[in-house]
Design a binder for this molecule. Sequence first.
Ligand code: ATP
Length: 449
Amino acid sequence: MEDSNNVTMEKLISLCKRRGFVFQGSEIYGGLANSWDYGPLGVEMRRNIRNEWWNNIVRQRDDVVGLEAAIIMNPKVWEASGHLQGFTDPLVECKNCQGRFREDQVESENCPECDGDLGPPRQFNLMLKTFLGPLEETASTVYMRPETAQGMFVDFLNVLTSSRKKLPFGIAQIGKSFRNEITPHNFIFRTREFEQMEMEYFVHPTTDENWHSYWIQERFKWYIDHGIKEKNIRIRPHESDELSHYSKATSDIEYLFPWGWGELEGIANRTNFDLQAHSEASGQKLVYFDEETKSHITPYVIEPAAGVDRMMLAFMLDAYREETIQKDNKSAKQDVRTYLKFHSSIAPITVGILPLSRNEKLIPLSQKIYKDLRINTHLNINYDDAQSIGRRYRRFDEIGTPYCVTIDFDSLDDQQVTIRDRDTLSQKRLPIIELSQYLEDKMKPNGIA
Ligand code: ATP
């Protein structure tokens, strides 16, 4: 039976809380303006997303290396990068209720909350400020980074000399960024604290456009290979009036969220803007010696920049399924089965180990399989012997566990177990000895042999 995706934000948010993916931040104190905490399953899923990105962008390539720069950088970084001056959104304030809105998100001329008159737009800087040291004065003002990218530009020479890379090469980083968004909204789509996965790919200035197209295609394919439905994702080139202050061209990878298309990731051609700006401001020549022409050049930069939080939301929405099934073998009653059809590499728990019952004969073998799999694979494995087998299957379905392994009385004699597939509900017997290889094979992204 083809499953339907009747997902709404309400259903998803409720599942996230019930099963431990996402909780409201500081909930016992009434929360804090759209801040969220990631629960036990949420952190496992985010870890998988980061690992899949890192493996694809860094470990499986010869031309990209990693970096972890400090979140709080010298404020001169933000002066040179243009963020102090240009990282702003247009803000309008209601004269009646004093509500503040992003001008480009207000549809009518009046306040969306009280219909009052809106004042003229003014530019609002999105960087969050704080102070270093005991004095709260201008001299000690610093900023929480609004993007991870500047770390890669500021450390360009250090990475170049220590890693001996030749053009083209990239520097990748995963970490938290902060933006004082005027209107954070849509659950974890837009928050003030979020996590980015960015890569700066340095190329010869004459090859920037080819590399830009290359990375747009690569990044699009990554989503498809990790199970996102092709009809829910698209590439949208920016109009010239949308481009960031540093960009020559940008294409967004967008996802069809319940409220419409929204950005998942931006792939920008940042030209030599940042390296040049930091060379001028710091007095350090951030250049590359080109052996062919025997001259120094300032490389161009192609930047795929994605967000862990938005990606997690898209993976969850895309995976959500409701399916009508027969309640049991005895009656014709119908029931709804909810499951998350995650790709195995993204699912927070890959395998559930389930003895058919708590019968003491089944426990030693079940525990042995559980322990062996934990030692011999890098999968995340859960053991569950509480409640009826049907209820346990349902729980694993709802948290998107692709496989359940059931140990029954036959297993004691034939050393085989039953593997149940979350999506097709098909069950097959497999020798215990083949289990780890079988499951590891399922972890590979689609399209990877
Ligand atoms: P938007 O137009 O939605 O504000 P942006 O174009 O400013 O996003 P970028 O600067 O390109 O975003 O950042 C790269 C990625 O970081 C985005 O594609 C998104 O996944 C993530 N991101 C940016 N801002 C936020 C935010 N406030 N909350 C969650 N994720 C974010």
